[in-house]
Structures are given as C-alpha cells and as structure tokens.
Design a protein around this ligand. Structure first.
Ligand code: NAD
Length: 424
C-alpha cells in the first residue's frame, strides 16, 4: 500500500525519492497505517531570512531552513548544507535519512538537517562568518544540546561550526560546546571527527571487500567528490593499500589507472580550493568517472547521480554510498537485478560521521576527552554492530541491503513513537 506524497511544502524530486524509499520499506515490514504517516513526515520545519552585510556595504538576503524530522528518541541531529541548489524539500529528505541512520546506529537521536541557499565560494571569509552567525542566531529558539544539534555537511566546515557554537554560547552566557558537533578541537571538537565519515566509509569498504575475498591491495577505487567525505575516504583507502584510480569535484575529474597520489591531491585542493588542473592524471567528467571499471565506486558528493541511465553501465563490484541519496529509486531497482554489484547503502555507509558526532557531544557533556585511538576503536565497534544487524536482517527477511538497513531504522523510530504516544 503506497501512500501519496501529500506534502505541499516539501515538493521536490529528492523528497519524493526519500518518501518512495520509505513506502517500500514500510510495506516490507507491514508498518500499520496508523503509525506510517507519523514516522514518515518531518515533525517541524523552520524557514528563516538571513540578512548579511557584504564587504562592500550592501545588504543581501539569504534563505535558510532547518527541518527536524523526529524528536521521539532524543534531540534531533544532522548537518547544515550551504549550497546554491538547497531546497526545503531536499533538507526534509536529508532529515528523514538522518532519522533512519541514527536509529540504525543505535544513537539516542532523531534526524534533522539544515540548509542555506548560497554558494559559499562567492562569499569572503568575513561574509561567510556573518552569514553563519546570523543563521544560528535565527535558530536559537529551536536548537540546543537537548533539542537539536547541527553539524557540518556540504559547503560547511569546522570553522563554521566554531562560529555557530560561539553565537549560541554568547546567547546563553557560557560556552556550550554540545550545541553543535564537528567543531575545531580548540572549542571542544573530538579527535577523529574530521576524518570520521570517510574513515567509516573506508572501514566498511574493507569489511565488504574481505567478504568478497578481495585484498585491499588488489582493489581499484573511483571516488566522486573530494571534500570532507570523498577526500578522507580516499586517504583511508590508500592507507589500506587500495589504488585510487579516479577522483573528482565540482570542476571535473582525474583518471589515472596507475594510481593517484591522494596526499598530493589533498595538498593541491587545500591550496587551490579545487582539483581544476591538478596534473595527477587525465581529465575526465563526473559522468565518465561513475562508469569506470573499478572494484569500488564511491559517490561522495550530491544526491541522485546514479540514475536509470547509468545504472546498467556501472562496472564496479562494490557501490559504497558515501553521499546521502546518490542512487535514484529507478537506479536502485536496476541494481537489484545486478547481483554482481554489492551496495553499501548511505544510511550505513556514511554513519561514521554521526557516530563520532555523538561521541563529540558525549565528551562535551562530560568535559572528558578521549584520544583519537579511543574514538576510532569505539567507532569501529559501533559500525560493526550496525553492519551485523543489517546483514542479519538481509538474510532473515531476504531483503536487499538497502531495504534491510532502512527497515531496521524505520522500525526503531516507529517503535519509539508507538511507545511514547501521539505527541512526539
Ligand atoms: P564537502 O562540501 O566537504 O564536499 C563536497 C564535494 O563534492 C566537493 O569536493 C565538491 O566539489 C564536490 N561536488 C559538489 N558538487 C558536485 C558535482 N555536481 N559533481 C561532482 N562533485 C561535486 O561535503 P561533504 O561533507 O564531503 O559531503 C558530501 C556528501 O556526504 C553529502 O551527500 C553529505 O550529505 C554526505 N555526508 C557528509 C557527512 C559529513 O560528516 N560531512 C556525513 C555523512 C554524509
């Protein structure tokens, strides 16, 4: 029984995609009609206007959103995206995925997401600071360590989280680091947080390669997106001995069958801000990268890049979804008929980020800090648990790995909502 997507507010392709995924999962576990709509739709959404003084004195208005999908199991949690194509529908879809991800990973959080419609590359550092602070200022009544805890996503970073933590702290009158995660270490950030998402992606890739009987040193890897997630995934996989044969960012990609020096690429991007004209290989497009023959394909940029067009042409053994929502519903169906490709679905694959954000919040609340080795050891344990739960569900229910992961997350959110009553 598939429901209609009867939301006017969130109309967008990516929201319809998240709803379609939800409907399939809800059908597969026979979720009762009564609880379905309550689990599916976001609890609340906040839209704010953000006036920013540009360096030349002009005042420009930006629009920002925060969607809190579920507050049933604790505060909501999720990143903030600064990107010119952000819509409230996209933010809502990302908030749904955060709910399933947090539940799957066993974290005491619901899902949320935020976004500002802006290309951050067009702002100076001082303009970016004013935008970040004002966005947080507008959210103060709706966020907090027990309410909603933002983190970085596409186009935001540690420095921006630092400004936001400071803005909130000035409001409450004392440093409150637990209001955001992904902060600079100097403000209560966690050791290992910066690399957590990519490290987790690489850790899971290594585990699934092992199941396939492929030693990391024999694996070739193509990665789309070379920001926080893609860049750290590349470094971690290179450390495991894998050969990174292609990388890309919004300016295009680089292909080198002999292997790309990812440390050099990192240094290049740190200095030049993009991979444009990085001479580590031959130029290719982002579309070509996705269709390269490789052991592991890791989309680590934006949503909806694996489509019904290119899904039949993928030539990887493992599709590791570092990005959220990289695979459309139609593409997923096609991959379902291609058993030679194993999929590590986004809600499992990139969960390392929110897991270490949870550790950061715990450390902030206890004012007791862990070493990087402790953080990573706990991260591995939590990822192993989530992965084993997904594999058990997959075997027991004869589901795809994506359906197994989604149904586990969704069932846990539904159980909590039912146990609490009608309010949350
Ligand atoms: P980021 O801003 O650090 O990096 C994004 C990268 O994608 C950049 O290299 C950018 O140039 C590239 N990119 C942008 N548009 C592109 C396009 N059209 N084609 C190809 N590349 C393009 O962002 P991030 O934090 O690495 O996030 C990437 C993905 O991972 C997103 O889907 C995000 O939601 C997801 N994610 C992030 C985290 C986290 O901790 N940062 C955690 C879980 C999931």
């Amino acid at each position: 029984m598939n429901q209609h997507h009867n939301s006017r507010l969130y109309q967008s392709e990516v929201f319809r995609m998240a709803c379609r995924q939800f409907d399939l999962a809800a059908d597969a576990i026979n979720l009762s009609a009564e609880v379905r709509a309550r689990v599916k739709y976001p609890r609340r959404a906040i839209a704010v206007s953000i006036p920013v003084r540009r360096d030349d004195g002009r005042i420009q208005m930006f629009e920002g959103y925060r969607v809190q999908h579920s507050l049933a199991t604790g505060p909501s949690k999720g990143g903030i995206r600064f990107h010119q194509d952000v819509t409230i529908g996209e933010v809502a879809a990302l908030s749904m995925w955060m709910s399933w991800k947090c539940a799957l990973a066993g974290l005491p959080y619901g899902g949320a997401k935020g976004g500002v419609v802006v290309d951050p590359r067009t702002l100076s550092p001082t303009e970016l600071e004013r935008l970040s602070r004002r966005y947080m200022q507008e959210l103060i009544p709706f966020v907090g360590p027990d309410i909603d805890i933002p983190a970085p996503d596409v186009g935001t970073n540690e420095q921006i989280m630092g400004w936001m933590a400071d803005t909130y702290s000035n409001h409450v009158g004392h440093l409150e680091p637990a209001v955001v995660t992904g902060k600079p270490l100097a403000l209560g950030g966690s050791a290992g947080r910066r690399e957590a998402t990519g490290h987790g992606v690489a850790y899971l890739i290594r585990a699934y390669l092992e199941e396939l009987g492929i030693p990391p040193a024999q694996a070739t890897v193509a990665i789309q997106g070379f920001g926080n997630v893609g860049g750290e995934t590349a470094l971690a996989l290179a450390e495991f001995g894998a050969r990174i044969i292609a990388i890309s960012d919004y300016t295009g990609g680089i292909h080198n069958p002999a292997g790309i020096d990812v440390k050099k690429a990192h240094a290049y991007v740190a200095y030049n801000k993009s991979l444009r004209e990085f001479d580590g290989g031959a130029p290719i497009t982002n579309e070509q990268l996705l269709e390269l023959e490789c052991t592991v394909l890791a989309p680590c940029a934006l949503e909806r890049v694996i489509t019904e067009e290119n899904a039949p042409r993928l030539r990887c053994r493992l599709l590791a979804e570092g990005a959220n929502g990289p695979t459309t519903n139609a593409a997923d169906k096609i991959l379902g008929d291609r058993p030679e490709i194993e999929v590590i679905p986004d809600v499992l694959c990139n969960a390392g980020g929110v897991i270490v954000s949870y550790f950061e919040w715990l450390q902030n609340r206890q004012s007791y800090y862990w070493t990087r080795a402790e953080v990573l050891e706990k991260l591995h344990r939590q990822l192993d648990q989530a992965r084993e739960a997904v594999e058990a569900q997959k075997r027991k229910m004869k589901f795809s790995r994506r359906l197994a992961a989604l149904t586990l997350g969704i069932q846990r959110v539904a159980d909590a909502k039912l146990a609490r009553g009608l309010f949350p």
